[in-house]
Design a protein around this ligand. Structure first.
Ligand SMILES: [Zn+2]
Length: 434
């Protein structure tokens, strides 16, 4: 049974394709792209965009350990609904993904869920303690074939540990990914350090807590030759550090989250625990710099930092609630609403940031491109469709989003993972192989 997606705007930055065309999916692959194509079945895509499935470089799935907040299956469902066909899972689970057995478990549970490709990241250090190296080689050689390593949730504080780990990663071209945060400067901070934190009487996290570590890591990447990826960058200074590193030809990449280009620290004016996140929402100058970085190619990827939390934990005073917010089911809409409809980036650049580049950085075959003969991992979305964010409708097991009730544009209509339809008319389906 072949399926033809009829009359959509096919946008694939990898092949620089941007044209109205039909796409035929057959036996899990893209059989044809062109005009007036036929198939056994037809799905009308008129007015919609047909794009390669999105690839999230930064997802917290909470399994193993906190299955009450999210599981690999529920995160996969949320991802599929958000237009994703691959997610890279962060290792700060319980137990920590610092060994071959844990990353293989995550990878296998992802295959079992079967809605998106689950790509486990491994820890840099044992138990994320920043002291002893995790079983990096074993994780790289495991069935999960880990390529990206990070202690995300905290930064590596010891520069010598960072250097030695980068040297070790060089052997198999692994990516050293940093959550840039100098603990001594960030300690007990609740929000961005600035005028507003002073006014609200909350302890701030200065931009420099991020920038010092970003600068250190770039220096070490230059010293060692290791690939460096900076997670969720949030300050003007960090954007500048990445821009200069790229100009120097270093193998340095960076991601930014939808919340950092959408919101500012003003979201904390009412002490809203949903707006607490790490790194914190910054002021407008920083937000603008992040958008500029996304537009000019300095920042390589939009990553969600999808961080589910139990309601009772999030519903605490700012001081006590854990940082983090959901992202998978709102990322496309926030990108389209905040960046594309405002004219800051093109639709093609948005897809490059959401799919093409993250797929390439993670080395994922069959992801991030629409090519004849290639695996049918794709999504269809309506960039003009308006909707209101309703956490109750999320497939995630958690509800912590600061975007509840927000009117947005850009809605995922359909998604296909290895030729199987996972989302139809915005609803999760487990389709037969096309
Ligand atoms: Zn982080």
């Amino acid at each position: 049974m072949s399926l033809v997606l009829k009359g959509g705007r096919v946008v694939d930055p990898a092949s620089q394709r941007d044209e109205v065309a039909d796409v035929v999916i057959d036996e899990g692959r893209i059989a044809e792209i062109g005009k007036d194509l036929k198939g056994d079945d037809t799905l009308d895509a008129t007015g919609a965009v047909v794009a390669p499935g999105f690839v999230d470089m930064h997802t917290h799935v909470r399994e193993p350990g906190r299955e009450d907040e999210e599981t690999i299956a529920s995160a996969s469902a949320a991802a599929a609904k958000g237009g994703y066909t691959a997610i890279c899972t962060m290792p700060n689970t319980d137990p920590v993904a610092d060994s071959a057995s844990v990353v293989e478990t995550v990878w296998a549970l992802g295959r079992e869920a079967g809605l998106v490709q689950v790509v486990p990241a491994g820890a840099l250090s044992k138990n994320l303690e920043g002291l002893k190296m995790a079983d990096i080689g074993e994780m790289a050689r495991s069935a999960a074939r880990v390529r990206l390593f990070t202690d995300d949730g905290r930064g590596v504080q010891d520069a010598l540990f960072a250097r030695r780990t980068m040297e070790y990663l060089l052997a198999f071209d692994g990516i050293y990914a940093e959550h840039c945060e100098v603990d001594a400067l960030a300690a007990d901070g609740q929000m961005h350090e600035g005028e507003l934190s002073a006014k609200l009487g909350l302890r701030g996290i200065p931009a420099e807590a991020e920038e010092l570590m970003a600068a250190r890591d770039v220096a070490l990447a230059k010293l060692t030759g290791c690939r460096l990826h900076l997670l969720h960058i949030s300050t003007a200074g960090t954007v500048d550090i990445v821009r200069r590193a790229k100009a120097e030809g270093l193998r340095v990449t960076a991601e930014a989250t939808p919340h950092h280009f959408t919101l500012t620290d003003a979201a904390l004016e009412s002490y809203d625990p949903m707006a607490k996140v790490n790194p914190p929402l910054r002021d407008d100058t920083h937000r603008e710099a992040v958008i500029e970085g996304l537009a000019d190619g300095t920042i390589d990827a939009i990553a969600t930092d999808h961080a589910p939390h139990a309601q009772e934990e999030k519903d605490q005073e700012l001081m006590f609630c854990p940082p983090g917010m959901l992202g998978l089911e709102t990322a496309l809409a926030l990108t389209v609403t905040e960046l594309v409809h405002t004219g800051r980036i093109t639709l093609s650049r948005a897809i490059e940031l959401l799919s093409t580049t993250p797929a390439r950085l993670l080395g994922l075959e069959g992801q991030g491109a629409l090519e004849v003969g290639g695996v049918a991992n794709l999504c269809v979305f309506d960039p003009a469709a308006e909707w209101t964010v309703d956490p109750a409708a999320f497939s995630s097991k958690s509800r912590n989003t600061p975007f509840a009730g927000r009117a947005v544009k850009g809605k995922v209509l359909h998604a296909f993972f290895i030729g199987r339809q996972t989302v139809r008319d915005g609803e999760l389906v487990i389709g037969e192989l096309v």
